[in-house]
Write a protein that binds this ligand. Structure first.
Ligand code: ZN
Length: 497
């Protein structure tokens, strides 16, 4: 099947562009990863699920993706404008842990959550503290090019000099003046030439635990620096796609571009993709805003704002219901509707098991039905190629589901389609749901409860002395590795040993 040309919205050019990688079939994708000082929340899940669908679809299109997603384990200060305490050091103090224990705890937690929502792990997952040498080298490179200066053991990016070339704010159209207007009087500003300058390397105060030696004294890297250093190391000086949440657009990505352009003389990535925010009752969700619900809380239902628990696949479906650049508002009602939609799609997968083409049927070929199915499949791929419009993809899947349900009810009507189109419908329904959208069946029944229901029938058969049925139940359970224990004290079961 010929798939349509992929078009992606590029934040840099502010339009959808036909995607063509620098060195096909290879695609370099860098996605800014989490700062690991707390459990991932729903807002985090959206960009990572979106980029997961992107890599799945790129693979479907025949590309080989190198997906680099970093872990920020040092240097992210509380204020994104470069001020305050290190987020991880602060959490370590709160939890009375070593900073690296905090990092390990929340890195493990993050990876478990990403696997739960069925995200494919990155090809490379570099951590900032593992790339101090590269970050020091990049800082030196920027100093050598004259776009940074040393002040009191710290190194700052010379924003004024860079902005004179008119290159700052390419993505967001924003510059530092308005963003920093309220922060001019903060401590530490005095060692900067201009309040807009941001740290490449920060001098560590005596009580600071996370510190490394450098040509400028003991210190630690600035947050923006790690992505510049690690993307070059693993993807080269120019790579295909740089992505992240919309909250990273400014200042983080603008600073990354400034650093990279100052050092290398070119833009780091050709395409910049930004995933829109999740809101709750119209308000942005985020840990720093105090209204973030962690994924673990969604999975357990343990949060005052949650009416019940929601499974990882319900969350995934909820996120994919909207195109990634549109806003998406969270509510219990929206999640309950998402669960319903997800289960309907899964029931369609189950319906496929027993469905075969009725070659010998009294029902005649129907060109209209044939065209409808062909269009539903084609439109799904058109939507995927149109900047990953998963909302339209799901609408078309429900169109296919309607056909599948019809044929499950009346198998003879499969003959309305040609054998090839019937095959296309069933294989593409599964492929789009499972392989591309990454929605998989999740067990929702309790095994113990199911077995005890079967044992009730066993008991009835025993009372009726129906030995054929007793043997049949025992044999079927044995095939599942389950032994019926028929004891004087009652009937129970055990795993076969
Ligand atoms: Zn980044």
């Amino acid at each position: 099947m010929q798939l349509p040309q992929l078009k992606l919205y590029n934040t840099l050019s502010r339009k959808k562009e036909a995607f063509s990688p620098i060195e096909p079939p290879f695609v370099g994708l860098y996605v800014c990863g989490p700062t690991v000082y707390g459990h991932a929340h729903l807002g985090h899940a959206r960009p990572y699920i979106t980029f997961d669908v992107l890599i799945r679809y790129l693979s479907e299109l025949g590309y080989k993706v190198r997906y680099v997603r970093n872990i920020t384990d040092v240097g992210h200060l509380q204020n994104d404008a470069d001020e305050g305490e290190d987020k991880i050091a602060k959490q370590a103090k709160l939890e009375r842990l070593e900073p690296m224990e905090v990092v390990q705890t929340y890195t493990n937690s993050f990876r478990a959550d990403m696997l739960a929502v069925n995200n494919i792990p990155p090809s490379i997952e570099p951590v900032a503290t593992g790339h101090i040498v590269e970050q020091i080298a990049l800082t030196q490179q920027i100093l050598d090019k004259g776009y940074a200066y040393v002040s009191n053991g710290s190194v700052y990016f010379d924003y004024q000099k860079y902005a004179e070339d008119g290159k700052f704010g390419l993505l967001s159209g924003r510059v530092f003046d308005d963003a920093l207007a309220g922060h001019r009087e903060l401590d530490g500003q005095s060692e900067k030439r201009n309040p807009q300058d941001f740290a490449l390397w920060k001098k560590a105060l005596p009580e600071h635990i996370m510190r490394w030696p450098s040509p400028w004294g003991d210190g630690f890297p600035g947050w923006h620096l790690e992505c510049s250093a690690m993307s070059v190391k693993y993807l080269g000086k120019t790579f295909d796609i740089h992505g992240g949440g919309l909250d990273l657009l400014f200042p983080h990505h603008e600073c990354e571009i400034a650093q990279h352009t100052a050092a290398e003389g070119n833009m780091p990535a050709n395409t910049w993709m930004h995933v829109n925010m999740l809101t709750m009752n119209g308000q942005k969700m985020g840990k720093s805003l105090g209204n973030a619900i962690s994924l673990k809380q969604f999975f357990s239902g343990d949060h005052p704002l949650l009416a019940e628990a929601y499974t990882p696949m319900t969350i995934r479906y909820f996120i994919l219901q909207a195109q990634y650049r549109s806003t998406l508002d969270f509510s219990n009602e929206a999640l309950q509707a998402a669960r319903k939609g997800y289960r309907r799609l899964m029931n369609g997968l189950r319906a496929l098991h027993g469905l075969t083409y009725a070659a010998e049927s009294e029902v005649a070929f129907n060109q209209k039905a044939e065209d409808e199915v062909l269009k539903l499949v084609a439109d799904s791929y058109e939507a995927l190629s149109d900047d990953l419009n998963t909302a339209i993809v799901i609408a078309n899947l429900f169109g296919m589901l309607k056909k599948i349900n019809q044929y499950q009810l009346k198998p003879a009507e499969t003959a309305q389609l040609s054998a090839e189109t019937f095959e296309l419908l069933t294989t593409q329904y599964r492929k789009i749901i499972v392989d591309i959208l990454g929605l998989i069946e999740e067990d929702k029944a309790d095994t113990g409860e199911l077995i005890s229901t079967i044992l009730d029938f066993y008991k009835e058969a025993k009372e009726a002395k129906d030995y054929a049925k007793i043997d049949a139940i025992r044999a079927k359970l044995k095939a599942q590795g389950i032994a019926v224990k028929d004891m004087k004290t009652g009937i129970t079961w055990a795993w076969e040993e």
